[in-house]
Design a protein around this ligand. Structure first.
Ligand SMILES: C[S@@+](CC[C@H](N)C(=O)[O-])C[C@H]1O[C@@H](n2cnc3c(N)ncnc32)[C@H](O)[C@@H]1O
Length: 216
């Protein structure tokens, strides 16, 4: 299998992306649950969405909180263009680039990431979790919904497969190519606690997906 650069991978799939997620993978329930879990006493709170893509996670959220201010970060221009087309009248700040490199500011009430962070290893995730932690308001919450591995063996196997493929294809460290490396729920919880989040729990779990709630 030939690895594709992350932005090229999602640019090439932006057109059929929503149908793939909602029809082929039937993920409506997941996005509904995400919107249910995002809670804030203010109507116009600030939400950071990491790897927002076409914004499937925002549809119900905008129905629940029409005045929410969203900062959406994504490195696929085509995915961001889809999001822009969908919500021309919403308060969205678009940040085009990698969330590893961009500074997204601070004082967010909620940080959210859905189906984006299962592409990164422990070191990369910890780096990002620390950045997310620093970007949150003192009572802020991070909600992460993503694929999970059902065993540590699987987690370690996909990690080693990615290393093998990168070596075979002469891909230097630090360059992001698309390959799924989901972690077990236990690993996720450990990393979020290691970051400093005080209260970390699984809010909802399906076979291959979980939603984690981490309070600052
Ligand atoms: C599977 S899509 C999920 C999109 C959306 N959150 C959803 O649930 O439908 C993963 C998204 O993460 C983005 N992404 C991957 N790595 C990224 C990075 N380093 N910085 C910013 N966005 C990234 C991709 O471009 C893609 O749009």
């Amino acid at each position: 299998m030939s690895l594709e650069k992350m932005d090229d991978f999602f640019d090439a799939r932006a057109d059929g992306y929503d149908d793939h997620m909602l029809i082929d993978l039937a993920l409506e329930d997941f996005y509904e649950e995400i919107a249910r879990l995002v809670e804030n006493e203010r109507e116009d709170f600030r939400l950071l969405d990491l790897g927002c893509g076409t914004g499937l996670e925002l549809k119900r959220l905008f129905e629940k909180y029409p005045a929410v201010s969203v900062t959406g970060v994504d490195l696929s221009k085509k995915m961001l263009d889809k999001l822009k087309e969908k919500y021309p009248n919403k308060k969205i700040r678009f940040l085009y680039g990698s969330y590893f490199d961009l500074s997204f500011g601070s004082g967010y009430d909620v940080a959210l990431s859905t189906y984006s962070l299962h592409h990164f290893n422990e070191e990369e995730k910890l780096f990002l979790y620390r950045k997310i932690y620093a970007s949150l308001h003192e009572n802020g919450v991070f909600i992460e919904g993503d694929y999970i591995a059902d065993s540590l063996e699987k987690q370690l196997f996909t990690l080693s497969e990615l290393d093998r493929l990168k070596q075979e294809q002469n891909i230097p460290d630090g360059e992001f190519f698309h390959y799924d490396i989901p972690f077990t729920a236990e690993t996720e919880i450990r990393l979020l606690r290691e970051t400093g989040f005080s209260d970390v729990k699984i809010a909802k779990q399906w076979d291959e997906t979980a939603i984690f709630l981490a309070k600052k």
